[in-house]
Design a protein around this ligand. Sequence first.
Ligand SMILES: *[C@@H]1O[C@H](CO)[C@@H](O)[C@H](O)[C@H]1NC(C)=O
Ligand SMILES: *[C@@H]1O[C@H](CO)[C@@H](O)[C@H](O)[C@H]1NC(C)=O
Ligand SMILES: *[C@@H]1O[C@H](CO)[C@@H](O)[C@H](O)[C@H]1NC(C)=O
Ligand SMILES: *[C@@H]1O[C@H](CO)[C@@H](O)[C@H](O)[C@H]1NC(C)=O
Ligand SMILES: *[C@@H]1O[C@H](CO)[C@@H](O)[C@H](O)[C@H]1NC(C)=O
Length: 671
Amino acid sequence: MRFFAVFFATVSAVRASHVLHERREASIHHAWRQGERVQADAIVPLRIALKQTNLDAGAEKLNALSHPDSEYYGKHLSVEEVDDLFAPAEHSIDSVREWLIQSGINETAIAHSYSRGWIAANIPAKVAEGLFHAKLYEYESIKTGSIRMGCHEYHLPAHLVDYVDYVTPGVKLSAALKKRVKRGRFGGGSSHHGGPYRRPNGHGYPPHHFPPGWPGNLPEDVRYCGGNMTPPCWRYLYKLPFPHINDSVNAAGVFEQGDYFAQSDTSQYFQKYAPYVPSDYSPQVVSVDGGQAPVAADDPNNGGGSDGDIDILTSLIYPQSVVVYQVDDANYASQELSKDNLFNTFLDAVDGSYCNYSAYGITGDSPGIDPTYPDPAPDGYKGQRQCGAYKLTRVLSIGYGSAEVDFPKNYVQRQCNEFMKLGLQGHTILIGSGSFGVGNGPGVPTPSGCLGAQGNVFNPVYPVGCPWVTSVGTTMVGPNQTVNDPESAYQIDMSGPGLPDAFKYISSGGGFSNYFSTPDYQKRAVSEWRRFHDPGYPTYVANADASNIGANGGRYNRAGRGYPDISATGAYFHTIVNGEDDISSSTTHAIPIVASVITLINQQRTLAGKGPVGFLNTALYNNPWMLNDITNGSNANCQSGGFKAVQGWDPITGLGTPNYPKMLKYFMSLP
Ligand SMILES: *[C@@H]1O[C@H](CO)[C@@H](O)[C@H](O)[C@H]1NC(C)=O
Ligand SMILES: *[C@@H]1O[C@H](CO)[C@@H](O)[C@H](O)[C@H]1NC(C)=O
Ligand SMILES: *[C@@H]1O[C@H](CO)[C@@H](O)[C@H](O)[C@H]1NC(C)=O
Ligand SMILES: *[C@@H]1O[C@H](CO)[C@@H](O)[C@H](O)[C@H]1NC(C)=O
Ligand SMILES: *[C@@H]1O[C@H](CO)[C@@H](O)[C@H](O)[C@H]1NC(C)=O
């Protein structure tokens, strides 16, 4: 009792100096229903994210060392150099601590992370509400019934505004208090249809549609690629070499969460479609915070996504090793929670700069949204959170994502800065641009997957709005086409049971971020597109907190970072899942293809004594001739025809698909 009395006396003294820090836009969060006030004595895992310093300097630095004309090209930084560059200023940590202590929080209860990025304390709800002049509520997910804590708005003392990025639970909800539903992978996008899309057509498209003798001028192993994509088809399309190099630095990584490969499936795939890979080949599995793979072929969590990623990557780069980052224990990885927490646990493990504080028996330095380890659940990971435990591969393929609007801007920006740091260290981060054209999947976060009262405002994808990752769109070769035909933007009719009509066309994700503005490297490409090909939809310019999405009838943010950057084919792939050879189409298939291309280029650079290519976009936008421009197809959604693939960059296939010989020649010419 005494504790509270002291506390409130202090707070009323400083009340006048508080200012609004973040406010939720109610219209955006259709997915959550506000419930009861959080009980006054419930313990709240308070996390205060501090503003990091030097972020502009970081962006400038990455521009320089990824720019082909710069004297700094390829001069990547070490982990330590990056940590030093961004650590929050000592006085910002001290100021926030001091405020908490003066407000009556016991000093021993306040922890901050090793990298000094977060301050944490587990305190009663009533105390938290007083500190931030906020009302904490329970929020229930309309879709899953899971419960979280959060508030509509919160305030900070004016003198701390410049030091604090954001606070959780706040506008960003706390971790789920009850968790029930398995999430879908990016390719699936929602619980309606997780995993890549598979056609119930056992053996691909038979070649009998072709006139006799046609296409006789193609080598036997690529005659029937239309409708039957296999490794020789990808090699033919992108002029890739048959792989033969294994070096110690260019293992390629793939991120998996909640979807697990089965060894018997990948073995069967290699036997059938990549016989040069020994059938018992197994990728190296890095278990991040309890993620375990492989699983039995008939395990319900073998959704086919991991199988496909490993099949594609291995077929294109073996004998070079493949590393699977299997993130989060079975309990967390399959939770509805992880829709909102895709990358922080992983970034902790490969960067170490998020982690390392312990308070009240809770370990982990990310805000309350992230998994907490050790995990007391029966199948939970009982170890400590792994901080900086693993070295990240030079190239990483990520087929997961969500809607940008699902996250507060501060949270997304902060994570984007982590991606920037990886770029500074020479990593190439490739992330899919989504599967629903200019929108998102059903329920992400609105039933239509689109925004605005009329559901006609485009809904950009997370995390590819971050300008420091390379966003990968998807193309296709039609079932009646050959590998000599120009590719088109990916658009597949997936009509079928359980899929609402509005979602029957799955197409390459593309559009403009509401949170990030057009980066310098992209400005010319985007303005050319706007000048000649903008379809003329009404637009808006997102304001600082993106609370005016769709303003004045606009459909997309005309000042936003455009995505994707590059693309590759994703339709009609043979995959083997639970022993069955099937045809699978998924936007996520494109990502390991691009990851393979970059790995093969890095191998050649290694042979020549050079470093990795690292962050790609600056070089790509300066040299679009290295890519096959895609000029057919569109990505309709949100009651619109979406965008069209046109000459030059476009928000559906980006700059186009890889032309390996051209890319190799260019990247070999750089230092
Ligand atoms: C702060 O916490 C420590 C350890 O739990 C305890 O010994 C101490 O009495 C507390 N101080 C106050 C002022 O409550
Ligand atoms: C490739 O090299 C790594 C060491 O860098 C080794 O562990 C792995 O077994 C090699 N793979 C093959 C297929 O030889
Ligand atoms: C975490 O903190 C402990 C104790 O302060 C320290 O020994 C350890 O090196 C830290 N680990 C990381 C990854 O920062
Ligand atoms: C391929 O073309 C033939 C002849 O034009 C047509 O009958 C068939 O439906 C087409 N198949 C597909 C999958 O588009
Ligand atoms: C253009 O792309 C669409 C799919 O987006 C495809 O159905 C059509 O066949 C393509 N046309 C050509 C000429 O490739």
